[in-house]
Write a protein that binds this ligand. Structure first.
Ligand code: SF4
Length: 301
């Protein structure tokens, strides 16, 4: 049977419009993420993420560097949002996340962008760093649906999310793709100024998994719905990989699709911190893989 994304049903029932109203309300006293800056973004006030009420994107294109179930033959329809609510000091996209590189667009522009990516054959619409623009992104969906959008929505985020917002995305997002970056608050404070990140990401992942379950693919191996977790191995055990992988196996699901990433390189201000001012070694990466296997994880790496 042909895939029908869950947001189509919500739109038919009029529920999507109700969610948009609720989400837009968050911008008046912004608490879209755990930082809860409580700025009125409609009045031009700017919080930690530096995003205004106007959408900004840095690029939109078929991406062939994402995980195979997202890329398929024609690419993942990736849309990079400007700014970020986490802003790690080692960010490899710091020009977008910290320095605000991008172009202002309207929700109608975004709807047309999604359709263009669909027409190019992309297998999904992959919003990279969507957290601080969740209401504006979802606001663009009705117009995109009316223009024929039928691709799964990928919510490609840092994991530093508001649980309340994630609950409002139930039935809208088909594929959640959160990072688990840290499980030690000392490091999430030092590198991302978010000491509560470990607590937040645990709760948020459980809710995401409750909504969409383990990653499911069609007969061609293309992801249609579910949770896809990313974990970036860092030098000197900074990412607490053993505790992270144990949590995924024992408290999310042993069937979780986990991309254990080896691509860390010191970017932006990482040089200020000697313990993360190098790439990881082959040994550090292989240890993470062995740990994942020892917890009976088997998908995605
Ligand atoms: S989305 Fe931005 S303004 Fe809103 S609470 Fe988070 S960091 Fe603050």
């Amino acid at each position: 049977m042909a895939f029908i994304p869950s947001y189509i049903e919500l739109h038919k029932k009029g529920e999507l419009e109700k969610r948009i109203t609720l989400l837009l309300d968050f911008l008046k006293e912004c608490r879209l993420c755990p930082r809860a800056c409580r700025v009125n973004r409609f009045n031009g006030e700017i919080g930690y993420c530096r995003a205004s009420s106007e959408l900004m994107i840095s690029s939109a294109f078929p991406h062939f560097g994402e995980e195979p179930p997202l890329v398929g033959r024609h690419g993942s329809g990736t849309i990079f949002l400007t700014h970020c609510n986490l802003r790690c000091i080692f960010c490899q996209n710091y020009d977008i996340s910290h320095q605000g590189q991008g172009t202002q667009i309207t929700p109608s522009d975004l709807a047309r962008t999604m359709i263009r990516l669909q027409e190019m054959g992309c297998h999904n619409i992959n919003f990279v760093t969507p957290t601080h623009y969740a209401p504006q992104i979802i606001s663009s969906l009705p117009e995109a649906i009316d223009m024929g959008l039928r691709l799964p929505i990928v919510y490609n985020c840092s994991g530093y999310e508001s649980l309340e917002v994630i609950k409002l995305l139930d039935g809208i997002v088909d594929i959640y793709m959160p990072d688990i970056k840290f499980f030690d608050e000392k490091y999430s404070e030092r590198y991302s100024k978010a000491p509560d990140y470990p607590r937040v990401v645990r709760e948020v992942l459980k809710e995401m998994h409750r909504q969409v379950g383990d990653l499911k693919m069609n007969s061609s191996g293309i992801a249609e719905r579910g949770l896809l977790i990313r974990h970036l191995v860092m030098p000197n055990g900074i990412a607490s990989s053993e505790i992270v992988l144990k949590f995924i196996a024992q408290e999310i699901s042993v069937h979780s699709y986990v991309n254990i990433m080896a691509q860390y390189r010191p970017e932006y201000r990482a040089y200020e911190y000697p313990e993360i001012n190098r790439r990881i070694t082959h040994k550090e990466y292989m240890e993470a893989i062995q740990i994942a296997r020892s917890f009976h994880l088997y998908r995605g790496f």
